[in-house]
Design a protein around this ligand. Sequence first.
Ligand code: 13P
Length: 266
Amino acid sequence: MMKKPKKMIIANWKMNVTSEKDAESLFLSIKNVVSKLEYTTMVCCPPHMYVNQVARYVDHRNYRVGGQDAYPEESGSRTGETSVLMMKNAGAEYVILGHSERRHLETKSDVARKVTAVLEHDMVPIICIGEEQRDKNWKKTLTQQLRDVFNRVPKKNPENIIIAYEPVWAISGDKKNPATAVEYMEALEVIKKELQKMFKTAKAVDDMRFLYGGSLDDKNIEDFLKNASVDGFLVGRVSHDPRVLMTMFRLIEDHEHRELFGQLDD
Ligand code: 13P
């Protein structure tokens, strides 16, 4: 796996694309733009049954395909499940795991087994953690979620691990309530401290990638770009809105260019 490269946008389409035709046209509507980006990569995570469809179009290193979940065994009598191996064979290189929208369907040890299986298949787990509320226990919730995974998962290849901080209160329901860059940085401090304890080296944590997700869009992304240390974003609602995505790409590209070369000449 490559080391921390460009900013990542992980597009979690959730259950919002309902036909092969729509999956294909959504992907194709952003493909050409993404292949020209200098500082941004994109991972598209369609519903399981369209992973293969979308993966057939992957011919540029700027975009990849991921699954929204996967069952931790390769095959067997598991009615209705899609295995990690099936995901891999369909072309997925990443798998979103532990998403708050799935946590009521699975136990903590299920999530840990999935992370282990994904790593064993040389794929990249995108491990979602996040508190329900910023109550007096929110930091404990985060550390416990990390322990629930990493006390059960071999602590190898940190460069293949992505942690997505997605506070449940920020994930768009009817109203948007994104976290601020300051709130993300508070959480990142807690997360990194705990991971360092568990992996026992600062280098391991340095090699991981950390994303923010929750009501992110073209209006609030700049707060994160300017004021947070973030390797990328996990987006839901805007992931199937090419117009908003394009604006977000442009904001990332401009920001990264400025970081490297100073002011843009315009
Ligand atoms: P929204 O961007 O719609 O808040 O969803 C975030 C999310 O759950 C991505 O996994």
